[in-house]
Every structure is written in C-alpha cells, then in structure tokens.
Ligand binder design. Structure first.
Ligand code: ATP
Length: 315
C-alpha cells in the first residue's frame, strides 16, 4: 500500500466575488499517494488550474475541513511564462535549489550535481547556457519541469506540462514523470488535455465532474463510460481510441493481411470513406507491402491502392 503524500477533506475550491463565491469544486475529498502519477482531466474552465494552485497553497480554499498540506513539500509548475533578464537556463533551474542553499546562498557541489542530473534527465544540456528569453515555449516548459525536479519535493504538481511540446517531448515528459514517481517515490499530479497520453501513462485519473472529482484507473473509466459522459466525445471512439469515419463511399472491402501493413491499410481505407469487413465486394490481399486487388490490379503503395479503388468505385 503506497503511503499518503497529501490529503484534503471536504475541500471547496473557487473564487470569492464580493459577497458571493464562484464554486469550482464543492466539498471534495482527495488524496495523492507516494509513487503514483495522477493525470487530472476535465473540460476547459472547469477549475483544474485553480485546484492545483489551491493544493499548493497559492490560492485560498473556499473551505476545507482538514488537510495535511505543507506547501514546502510541494513543487508546482504553472503555465505562466517566466520573464527574467539575462538569466541562463542553468541559473533558472538552480533557483529550484533555493530552499536548500547555505547561508551564503551559494550552490554547493550537491546542488550542482542535482542540477546537472536534471539537465541530463530532460535533455537540456545543449541549451544549459542559453538565455531563457531566447527559448521556445517548449524548451522553456522543459526547463520549468527541471526546476521543479531539482526542488526535490515529495509532491510535484504540473499544470499542462506538455502543452507546448512536440510529440516526442510530450511522450518523453510523461514517461520521465512516471519514472520519477516510481523510482523516487514522489506523488505527481499532472493536469492535461492529452487523453491518449493520460490513458497510457497515468496510474490514476482524476476527472473533474460538475464540481466533484471522479477518480479511477484509466481503463475502468473508459469501460464504465465515465470518460465518454464527461467529455461528450464527438467523432471519437474512446473504446478503440480512433476517430469515427463515416463509410460514405458505399463500397465494402474485404481486406486480407496482418500486422502493421493490415492496420495502416485499414486506417487509410476507413479514413477515405470505405467500409472494411468480411463479405466485401472487393478483396484486397496484402503481402510484403504489395496490394493485390480482386479486379486484377496490383499496387505498390497504399496511395496507389487508394487511387485504384477510387477508379473502381467510380466506374
Ligand atoms: N482570479 C480569478 N477570479 C475569478 N475567476 C477566475 C479566476 N481565475 C480563473 N477564474 C475562472 O475560474 C474558472 C476555472 O479556471 P481554471 O483556469 O482553473 O480552469 P481549467 O480547468 O484549468 O481550464 P483550462 O483547461 O482551460 O486551463 C474559469 O471560469 C475561470 O474564468
């Protein structure tokens, strides 16, 4: 059983506006456990950032009956862009060591090693001496994550850390956070809109659901319909993880093959409006990336295959 890193009881989150309150989460109980990566999902404007800030002690809760919060144990990475004059990447990351500095406020060898490790972990060594004002949004995002890592707190909260990153870096960041949670026994909470990444990396999902919080492991929340209900997916089939395609061509294709070739050919056919299934009027046999159509035509690529079927469908 993982140890509890953070807990709140009957926590209400939102903003006070004069005599009234805008309630985003109403009397929720929540816990974060050491060693777990939790992805926090919910539609825009539901209150994810506000809950993260409340957990970190940056925003006051509307009310809370109990908590074991200690903001010194929490590192938080927000989405706001940092502006600072003439600061290098290594220096900005070094600020994460601030709580550990000696009374001269100088970095020790231990601090330097921790900073070096974070630079390596997030592949930032090549830009370590760059001015942070010259970084791309994605690079800065990675630097801010590194700064949170060097704080070496048992809890890390990150607000949309993959927002500006390319596909490789998105996967890299989520995998790194997952490893960090496991290997360093940290509790890591990530708010994200990236369903595919969350489904594949999170130990637990938190779903914002009408001022409440629904939690569960990703697979259960897919199969019990919670994700569909909350996000009201249009044009996306969560159970297969694919975009819905309308088979508008009125042609059914019997596709025979296996492995990646089969999957990507099926993808192309469905994307282009063909139905793929048994008893199709046209048969396509795939072998070694060659495509034999039952009308006698042989194709060398999927593009060529699509053109040939298009011609057939129109004839
Ligand atoms: N300082 C504030 N005072 C009053 N209302 C605010 C304040 N900051 C944010 N809000 C409102 O609170 C709601 C929740 O905002 P929040 O940024 O927490 O949502 P979110 O789920 O993180 O959204 P997104 O996914 O778009 O980032 C929004 O309606 C927002 O306009």
């Amino acid at each position: 059983m993982s140890e509890l890193a953070l807990s709140f009881n009957k926590l209400s989150v939102g903003y006070r506006q004069g005599n009234t309150s805008k309630v985003l989460f109403d009397s929720i109980d929540l816990t974060l456990k050491a060693g777990e990566l939790v992805c926090f999902m919910g539609p825009n404007g539901i209150g994810k950032s506000t809950l993260l800030k409340t957990m970190a002690g940056l925003t006051a809760p509307l009310s809370s009956s109990s908590t074991n919060i200690n903001s010194k144990k929490i590192a938080i990475v927000l989405t706001d862009r940092v502006h600072a004059m003439h600061m290098r990447v290594r220096e900005l990351i070094g600020y994460g060591r601030y709580p550990y500095l000696n009374w001269h406020a100088q970095l020790t060898t231990v601090d330097e090693v921790v900073i070096e490790d974070a630079l390596k972990l997030l592949h930032l060594k090549s830009i370590a001496d760059k001015d942070i004002n010259t970084l791309s949004d994605g690079q800065l995002q990675m630097v801010m994550i590194a700064r949170a890592i060097v704080q070496d707190t048992p809890i890390i909260l990150l607000d949309e850390p993959t927002a500006h990153l390319d596909l490789n870096n998105r996967v890299e960041v989520m995998n790194t956070l997952r490893k960090l949670a496991r290997q360093s026994n940290k509790a890591i909470l990530v708010s994200t809109h990236e369903l595919d990444l969350a489904l594949q990396t999170a130990d637990l999902l938190w779903l914002a659901d009408d001022q409440k919080l629904l939690t569960g492991i990703p697979e259960d929340l897919v199969l019990d319909g919670s994700l569909d209900r909350i996000f009201q997916f249009k044009g996306f089939d969560l159970k297969t993880g694919k975009v819905f395609h309308e088979s508008y061509r009125g042609v059914k294709i019997n596709l025979v093959g296996e492995g990646h070739e089969y999957l990507w050919t099926k993808n192309a056919l469905e994307r282009c409006g063909y139905e793929v299934g048994e008893n199709g009027e046209l048969k396509i046999e795939i072998s070694n990336f060659k495509f034999q159509i039952s009308n006698g035509k042989r194709c060398e690529s999927i593009q060529e295959l699509l053109e040939a079927i298009d011609k057939h469908a129109k004839s």
